[in-house]
Ligand binder design. Structure first.
Ligand code: AMP
Length: 187
């Protein structure tokens, strides 16, 4: 299984990616998690990324692509993977297409998680992460609408998009997701 999880911050992509990755024993690749670890460890990547993450802005593509290339260089990705929080803009999606072509690892589906905005803000405030104060949350949502939401159409055009109502209890979302992945794509 090779999946791309799309959707606004707070939609529950990370929760679902962790559940399914564990079930299928494939890596859950979260660029946000990798960045938070790098920041905590004060690595060169972390130092360069910190100001962007703290401001709710995207980290420059060049840093993200270096991170992704390194992650895909690890053997465990041969079994499949779930990408969570990447790609975040069209240029990353193009770069991912190229990388996967070189690796002969086409993705199966992109899954779009939908949740109403007021619920997203509520969920993120409840999480208490450092980049989860209200002003930064609003900025991250703006960045999502400006830069990431166009990916919905990008993957729809490639006829590999699934849409999931993620405003439901975790278990129900997991079940719907599994069911939806068994069905052909709605064109
Ligand atoms: P997330 O945990 O996916 O919400 O990511 C937290 C923060 O990490 C984002 O607000 C961005 O600053 C940064 N980030 C994560 N993934 C990416 C990406 N693919 N491209 C650029 N920045 C990213």
């Amino acid at each position: 299984m090779r999946l791309i999880f799309l959707g606004p911050p707070g939609a529950g992509k990370g929760t679902q990616a962790a559940i399914l990755a564990n079930l299928w024993q494939i890596p859950h690749i979260s660029t946000g998690d990798i960045l938070r670890q790098a920041i905590a460890g004060k690595t060169s990547l972390g130092i360069q990324a910190k100001a962007h993450v703290d401001a709710g802005e995207l980290v420059p593509n060049i840093l993200i692509m270096a991170m992704i290339r390194e992650r895909f260089g690890q053997r465990d990705t041969e079994k499949g993977w779930i990408l969570d929080g990447f790609p975040r803009n069209i240029s990353q999606a193009d770069a991912l297409d190229q990388l996967l072509q070189i690796m002969r690892q086409p993705y199966g589906f992109a899954v779009n998680f939908t949740v109403p905005t007021d619920i997203l803000v509520e969920r993120m405030l409840g999480r208490g992460r450092q980049d989860d104060n209200e002003a930064i949350i609003r900025r991250r949502l703006e960045v999502y609408h400006e830069q990431t939401a166009p990916l919905i159409e990008f993957y729809q055009r490639r006829q590999c998009l699934k849409t999931i109502d993620a405003n439901l209890p975790v278990e129900q979302v997991t079940n719907m997701l599994q069911e939806s992945l068994r069905q052909p794509v709605e064109v």
